[in-house]
Ligand binder design. Structure first.
Ligand SMILES: NC(=O)c1ccc[n+]([C@@H]2O[C@H](COP(=O)([O-])OP(=O)(O)OC[C@H]3O[C@@H](n4cnc5c(N)ncnc54)[C@H](OP(=O)(O)O)[C@@H]3O)[C@@H](O)[C@H]2O)c1
Length: 175
């Protein structure tokens, strides 16, 4: 199974503007269209409870949404079997479960804490990063609070507008 981490970031590595959760206030239309397209073809989508709580995620039989939380019971009334579930599994437990179920791909959409815990556990195979030509100075970094040392190899980069938004893909190198 290929595990992909997807983020939109500024040149200075910020994935929120000054901590404000709504990314669509500053990400380009090209990124938003791309993200919608990736979402629409992704069967298995993983996120942290904070990301879940900052946006509207409509359950659908086309997707299986997994929300990571230490308190799954708190979200019990929102769970829909096969469409949206709340789990306190670790990243490795979650990944192993879906490998065993025969899934081909898992999309991790953040936020920063969930991204970091997957990176730390060396469970990410590719990072799909949109780089917006902006600098915010203050905001959440896509990896946070852990010493990491990850080498990547670029496998795709496309300039998608005149300002120079780059839609990139990197493979994580295993040593
Ligand atoms: N620019 C982008 O592409 C992008 C993408 C996604 C999100 N974001 C932004 O990122 C922000 C949210 O990021 P965040 O880091 O604050 O929250 P997050 O990663 O979405 O969620 C973190 C929460 O998930 C729960 N959790 C359960 N298991 C975990 C594990 N193994 N590792 C980490 N967390 C685990 C914990 O909450 P409980 O146990 O208390 O439930 C934890 O506080 C939002 O502002 C959102 O807008 C940006």
């Amino acid at each position: 199974m290929k595990t992909i981490l997807i983020f939109v970031s500024t040149l200075d590595g910020k994935v929120t503007k000054w901590g404000e959760p709504n990314v669509r206030l500053w990400s380009s239309h090209q990124d938003q269209d791309y993200y919608k397209k990736v979402w629409s073809v992704s069967k298995l989508i993983v996120m942290g409870s904070k990301t879940f709580n900052t946006d509207k995620f409509s359950p659908s039989s086309d997707h299986q949404i997994i929300v990571m939380t230490s308190q799954p019971e708190k979200y019990k009334s929102l769970a829909i079997p096969g469409q949206i579930e709340f789990t306190n599994e670790t990243p490795i437990e979650l990944t192993t479960r879906f490998i065993n179920k025969g899934h081909q791909q898992m999309l991790v959409i953040g936020g920063t804490h969930v991204a970091t815990s997957f990176l730390k556990a060396q469970l990410i195979d590719e990072i799909w990063l949109t780089i917006e030509p902006k600098i915010f100075g203050v905001g959440d970094n896509f990896a946070t609070g852990a010493k990491l040392d990850i080498d990547l190899r670029q496998i795709q980069s496309e300039k998608v507008n005149d300002q120079g938004t780059l839609i990139t893909k990197y493979a994580v190198l295993r040593h």
